[in-house]
Design a protein around this ligand. Structure first.
Ligand code: PFF
Length: 456
């Protein structure tokens, strides 16, 4: 790393792409995308999701990278600097605050789910999936949800893993992890795709994912598709802005964002193409099985395929590592803020945040068992509420504010300077979408989603 304006800049050109892809690709792609697609009927949801990625996610991704790089600081301070430069209100730094808050809440429940994958690593290694059918897979998953001590043990282990890598230095650990493990995860998904095509009902899975049926469109689906587009690209959580602040100037933001977007979407679709053929070939699993979908469908495959123990162990390990490269990016904004503003030592800042996330994560653990029927608001458990507040409230609002700020309030000169490496035609296209299309769509979907939630 090289120091400039008292803020480190990544020396290697590819580091930003690697880090941003590491942040984007995670449980959202492999665990979440298939299950929310399954719960929302398939093809129509996928179309809405892809539209949200293109018309909203990618333009906001570009805006966030640009803001981070322009501000060269943690999201909160970066927004203050950028706002000062354009003579706009200091209140725009609320974008940074909301990002840090959303990232923290997401970290709390994300680590619980990452804990499930760690439990599955050990089960796969023991050959525990041998001869699994839909019923056995369901029973194993349900038993895990009720086992508080195991859930807490793995949640803690996962957060300790995250703490450990941060103490050993993020850049090197992260670069190595992403450079080697991401391609490996991709290859393994391709192998599993081959197996799913051979042993599963590929035609049914493919149709489910890509056949558009008008009657499947729903307001809830649209609102979830929007929230997921932000979640999967790690937007509105400060993560991308924090990474953008380390990005060197000689790198094109538009191209970089497009690369990250394509990789992220490809992995999600690939995961769907692996999971649904298996779901349709196995009685006892429903596409709408909910959060357990990946955890009940894939063990059947690993229990039946040759060398399933090895494939199963490596697969769940890679998913855990993909989750881990995402949580590192969730920590970064808050840690950077505490070190800049209160002169915290990096390690102390990390440990403090990880401990608080662990405490909040316990509410997610209990929501899976003891508090299953506890309704805080509108029938939501604390876990449901955490996902609702982040994915359907904070992320859309943060992205809306970002789009409005960059589109309408930021001065054109600094904006153009950050995107100087990109052709002016693409610059104008991007700005037009960000100015008019993205905010309008986000606002409409956000309002309809909230009305649907509380009126329904
Ligand atoms: N994008 C990650 C995923 O899809 O799993 C999740 C995530 C990572 C969300 C980092 C937020 C974030 F800051």
């Amino acid at each position: 790393m090289r120091k400039a304006q008292q803020h480190a800049i990544w020396g290697r050109r590819g580091t930003f792409i690697l880090a941003a892809t590491g942040s984007a690709v995670g449980l959202g792609n492999i665990w979440k995308f298939p299950y929310i697609t399954g719960e929302n009927g398939g093809g129509a949801f996928v179309v809405m999701y892809l539209l949200c990625i293109c018309l909203i996610g990618l333009p906001v991704l570009v805006a966030e990278i640009m803001l981070g790089r322009r501000g060269r600081a943690s999201p909160i301070l970066a927004m203050q600097r950028v706002a000062r430069e354009s003579n706009s209100s200091k209140l725009w730094s609320l974008i940074g605050w909301s990002g840090v808050l959303a990232g923290f809440i997401i970290l709390s429940y994300y680590s619980v789910i990452a804990g499930w994958t760690l439990e599955y690593v050990t089960t796969a290694a023991r050959g525990g999936f041998e001869g699994f059918d839909g019923v056995a897979a369901n029973n194993t998953f349900t038993a895990l949800q009720g086992d508080i001590s195991t859930l807490v043990q793995w949640q803690t282990a996962f957060l300790c893993m995250t703490a450990l890598i941060i103490m050993f230095g993020v850049t090197r650990g992260l670069e190595t992890a992403v450079r080697i493990l991401m391609p490996l995860l991709f290859c393994l998904l391709v192998v599993l795709l081959g197996y799913a095509a051979y042993a599963g009902d590929f035609a049914a899975g493919f149709n489910f994912l890509f056949k558009f049926r008008f009657d499947q469109l729903s307001l809830e689906g649209l609102s979830l598709a929007l929230g997921h587009a932000f979640f999967t690209l790690s937007l509105s959580m400060g993560a991308i802005m924090a990474y953008g602040s380390y990005m060197p100037h000689n790198q094109s933001i538009l191209k970089t964002a497009a690369t990250v977007g394509v990789l992220d979407t490809a992995i999600a679709l690939l995961a769907g193409l692996v999971i649904f053929p298996i779901v349709f070939a196995n009685p006892g699993i429903e596409p709408g099985a909910g959060p357990g979908l990946m955890f009940v469908s894939l063990p059947i495959v690993f229990g039946a395929m040759p060398l399933g123990e090895v494939f199963g162990t490596v697969f769940f390990l890679l998913v855990t590592l993909a989750a881990w490269s995402s949580t590192i990016s969730l920590l970064e904004p808050a840690v950077a803020y505490l070190t800049e503003r209160f002169r915290f030592h990096r390690v102390a800042a990390n440990l403090l945040i990880i401990f608080c996330a662990w405490l909040l994560g316990l509410t997610t653990v209990f929501s899976l068992n003891r508090w299953q029927d506890l309704s805080l608001v509108a029938g939501m458990t604390p876990f449901d509420l955490s996902t609702f507040i982040t994915e359907q409230v904070l992320l859309p609002l943060g992205a809306l504010a970002t789009a409005i700020y960059v589109g309408w309030f930021m001065k054109k000169r600094p904006l153009r300077r950050e995107l100087a490496l990109d052709s002016s035609r693409w610059f104008v296209r991007w700005l037009t979408v960000l100015k008019y299309v993205s905010p309008m769509l986000i606002a409409v979907v956000f309002v309809l989603g909230i009305v649907d939630k509380f009126a329904g």
